[in-house]
Design a protein around this ligand. Structure first.
Ligand code: 2RA
Length: 339
């Protein structure tokens, strides 16, 4: 029968989405252990008509666990991930803690499943698999099918990232600020220290000495690892926008060989996990609201990049649910590859 699972960070936005996705996809688990911080330990939750008591995350929480889904921040993953691996669990980690470790596969199941083919369930040996950053997943779900057809030499990404990427508290604060502003009150700014409602700002991740922030460098580095191509040129500008739970991304691609827009549209229509919304006559293109709570990434505004020769360049616009495909769904699809 199915694997025993542990969910680490079960009370968070992604932790809750792990449960939704496990249920939606009828994942064949044998048992589930709900783990969270001391603060949440003891609380009850009902999942699939069964009552669970949330347990405090400990180093020995993983005895008998086949798959441990982590989404509780990088420091928790760093502290408890190795203990889970030592217990023989396969850890699927949504944090950035291990993504760039050479031996840790960084996997989007529709893109590079082979990267984890050496990892087997119940082999007695634990393992670590990293879930890519949400903006990377959403971008590469659209860019990779094209890259497979005609090698991408350069990718320029501008992201419009939802509040959910900063957690459930940020979503709550966006709603609160919106109400406060409409009522003429001073907005409550605890999470981002600046007004978010009716505003947008450079992503809240720390800015590095090269002037890029950590979110932008994740896109650069993770793309190279996932495509196994250290020469692809990637640059990114990540912006936080007042949208609840789906990211939007403008992506410009330069190809080695020509790839015209009709061919690109055809490739994307056939791509797993992608839906094309590209209706110029009615100006209907992907929107965050239209992809929220859905599995597929939506692509539109597919057009030849007029600034490049011939058909060597394309511009596209991508939207994807940050909590679902950007985190929880991708992790569960990785778990499904282990079955
Ligand atoms: C963000 N990518 O959107 C981060 C969350 N993982 O802020």
């Amino acid at each position: 029968d199915g694997p025993s699972i542990a969910v680490v960070g079960v009370t968070g936005a992604v932790g809750q989405e792990f449960l939704s996705v496990l249920s939606d996809r009828d994942f064949p688990y044998r048992s589930i252990r709900m783990l969270a911080s001391k603060r949440s330990a003891g609380k009850q939750l009902t999942f699939e008509d069964k009552d669970y008591v949330i347990e405090e995350l400990k180093h020995d929480s993983f005895n008998g666990i086949d798959i441990a889904l982590f989404s509780a921040g990088g420091s928790i993953s760093k502290e408890f991930g190795p203990a889970a691996v030592d217990s023989g669990s396969i850890v699927i980690d949504n944090s950035s803690a291990f993504r760039m470790e050479e031996k840790v596969p960084l996997v989007i199941p529709e893109v590079n499943p082979d990267a984890m083919s050496h990892i087997k369930l119940r082999s007695g040996k634990g393992a670590l698999i990293a879930n890519p950053n949400c903006s990377t997943i959403i971008c590469l779900m659209a860019a990779t099918p094209l890259h497979r057809h005609s090698k991408v030499l350069r990718m320029v990404v501008s992201t419009y990232q939802a509040a959910s990427g900063a957690g459930a508290a940020a979503m709550e604060e966006l709603e609160l600020q919106t109400r406060e502003v409409l009522e003429g009150k001073q907005p409550t700014c605890n999470i981002f220290k600046q007004q978010y409602a009716f505003n947008l700002f450079s992503h809240n991740a720390p800015v590095l000495s090269n002037g890029y922030n950590e979110e932008e460098m994740k896109l650069v580095k993770e793309t190279r690892k996932i495509w196994n191509d250290n020469n692809v040129k990637v640059t990114a500008t990540c912006i936080r926008v007042p949208v609840m739970r789906a990211h939007a991304e403008s992506v410009n691609l330069q190809f080695e060989k020509p790839l015209d827009e009709d061919m690109a549209r055809d490739i994307l229509k056939k791509a797993a996990g992608v839906v094309v919304i590209d209706d110029r006559s009615s100006n209907h293109f992907p929107t965050p609201l239209e992809v929220s709570n859905k599995d597929d990434v939506a692509v539109g505004r597919i057009r030849r990049d007029l600034s490049q020769d011939g058909n060597h360049g394309l511009d596209i616009f991508v939207c994807g649910d940050q909590i679902r495909k950007g985190a929880a769904l991708n992790a569960i699809q990785i778990a499904e590859l282990l079955l």
